[in-house]
Write a protein that binds this ligand. Structure first.
Ligand SMILES: Cc1cc2nc3c(=O)[nH]c(=O)nc-3n(C[C@H](O)[C@H](O)[C@H](O)COP(=O)(O)OP(=O)(O)OC[C@H]3O[C@@H](n4cnc5c(N)ncnc54)[C@H](O)[C@@H]3O)c2cc1C
Length: 404
């Protein structure tokens, strides 16, 4: 006999978008389950630098829209959660840095101050006296200036662990969906999805199906044949540096262009190594380079920006990753989170980790506008299914291969 399961809402994809939403939806009393085909957080989420952007990065690019204004509310919303007072209790998630910094390698002086005034975000930016600089810049050879931004940096792997913690009974591992496994009725409503794991299958029915599968959303979009929604990939070539020194740094470097020349965050491996994780323009420009060339470019950039540090002994590694997003004209960066509702299916991308709360709020509002009456909840057949593992941080995988 065919095995079946039922819930009010089924989510596919256990990155930040799916996990935040799972927590919020379960608060409403609806029955919700989440399927993950890889590891929890193991898509883009674990590769994020963990910066809870407040819109400054976009202001730097000259884009100060209502959406970047909405983004400026994100740090405070996250802060409330991190204090245990927000919509989800994240009080166990470490704040890696209570501020993100912006540094100019040479003196910009009034030019920079003028820019911030123009960007109407002056209150969010503070020019720092030397003694408040991050330690790496407290060196006589540093000739630039440093600003603090109203942005925090969080520990993403622990964030994922905390979002999963209270939901272990609702998260199941599956194999990736193939084409035949979605059953629609005559009105185009999704009736059921058959999911597979280790030779077993279960047909899952639900009133709403939500796809927060990151790059995996592409498969479902093809199946829907709906041309109002399409996905784009914007690749990055990120670099990790196991440094021989311990300077915690969370900062954008201001370049000549609109984008940060390099964005550096700092992470620690279980064996105590300090990792500088490099993104920004360096990662955007590196997409056509092989790993050797990208690491060479990163070495040169770091040596140019920190001539007083010696990177000879540092270990470098790089990897490519796509940002999966709703398609934009000319492949541009989307400004905000995205949801598309087609009958009882929602396709969603947060486009930024920081925007996951906003995305979940939008989906909650859509559900409240056409309320769901709780129906049958039956996951007996899923009880023997495995839980997806939590992803390992990418720096652990690369630099601490022996630690399980
Ligand atoms: C290098 C990098 C750095 C970034 N830094 C930041 C930052 O500092 N701050 C910030 O705000 N944003 C940042 N971002 C953006 C942020 O990481 C992403 O917007 C966010 O993580 C996307 O989350 P998601 O849940 O949509 O996707 P993902 O994290 O990719 O999760 C999707 C999940 O779905 C699963 N899946 C796929 N197909 C299926 C299927 N058929 N069935 C079930 N599960 C499936 C995948 O295994 C995966 O676990 C960064 C992105 C990158 C790439």
């Amino acid at each position: 006999m065919k095995k079946v399961a039922a819930a009010d809402i089924v989510i596919f994809g256990g990155g930040i978008a799916g996990l935040w939403l799972l927590n919020r939806l379960r608060q409403t009393g609806l029955s919700v389950i989440l399927f993950e085909s890889g590891s929890l957080g193991g898509g883009q989420t674990h590769k994020a630098q963990g910066i809870i952007h407040g819109g400054m990065k976009y202001a730097l690019q000259g884009v100060l829209t209502a959406d970047s204004q909405a983004m400026s509310e994100m740090p405070e919303r996250w802060r409330q959660c991190l204090l245990g007072k927000g919509e989800i209790d994240l009080s166990a998630v470490p704040i890696l840095s209570s501020q993100h910094y912006l540094w100019a390698p040479t003196k910009f002086g009034s030019k920079l101050a003028g820019f911030f005034a123009g960007a109407a975000l002056t209150s969010k930016v503070e020019a720092l006296p030397t003694e408040k600089y991050p330690t790496v810049f407290q060196h006589p050879a540093f000739k630039g200036e440093v600003y603090s931004l109203d942005e925090i940096v969080i520990d993403v792997p622990i964030l994922v662990r905390e979002l999963v913690k209270a939901n272990q009974d609702a998260v199941f591992k599956i194999e990736p969906l193939c084409d035949e496994e979605l059953k629609f009725d005559d009105h185009g409503r999704l009736v059921s999805a058959t999911v597979y794991m280790a030779g077993k299958s279960i047909e899952v029915t639900a009133q709403q199906f939500i796809f927060t599968a990151g790059a995996g959303n592409e498969v479902i979009i093809k199946k829907l044949k709906h041309d109002e929604v399409a996905m784009q990939r914007r690749p990055l070539h990120m670099v990790m540096v196991k440094t021989p020194f311990n300077y915690p740094l969370y900062a954008h470097c201001l370049g000549l262009g609109a984008r940060p020349r390099v964005t550096i965050t700092t992470h620690h491996t279980q064996d105590g190594s300090t990792i500088w994780y490099l993104g920004g323009q360096l990662a955007e420009d590196g997409i056509d380079k092989n790993s050797t060339a990208q690491i060479h470019a990163a070495r040169q950039e770091l040596q140019a920006l920190f001539p007083w540090l010696n990177f000879e002994e540092a270990e470098f590694a790089s990897f490519m990753i796509d940002r999966a997003e709703p398609k934009q004209k000319g492949g541009m960066k989307p400004e905000t989170s995205f949801t598309k509702v087609i009958e009882n299916i929602t396709i969603a991308w947060p486009t930024k980790l920081a925007l996951a709360p906003k995305l979940a709020e939008e989906i909650l509002q859509q559900i409240q506008a056409a309320p769901i009456t709780p129906h049958l909840f039956d996951v007996r057949e899923l009880r023997s299914w495995p839980m997806p593992p939590l992803a390992r941080p990418v720096w652990e995988d690369v630099f601490c291969k022996s630690v399980a």
